[in-house]
Unconditional design. Sequence first.
Length: 138
Amino acid sequence: MNIEDQYTRYPNGISEKKLSNRLGLYWEESIQDWEFIVADSERLSDFLKIYQTELDNDNDKFTLMSLIVSSFDDGFSEEDIEIKELWEVCRIILEKECFLHFSIIKYWSLLEEKDAKNIFSITPYIRKVWDKVEMNFF
């Protein structure tokens, strides 16, 4: 089994619904890309607090981290200084729980993309996470 197969995971509807209820976010059964649609950089502090204090299920943690990283991408686009401070909290979580969040780190890193015009706002930050955790996967 290769690394991609072993660690690839996706947000799931059960966790999306549970988190939407907990966080007061939009959700419906047919929604696709929930983490992009409901991303909110102004709520990052709340999202991180809930991640750190309330979640013990890997599916819920992965799904919320997908929302958190998508929200950071929006925040970095807005060049908010407070967002960059919160990023340090998220970065530590991603590095410590890199096996759980492999898919998130890999997706947002855009490792094959060399043109800075074709990357996400968060990509330079996520690439630093990848550089720190890559050795765990090979």
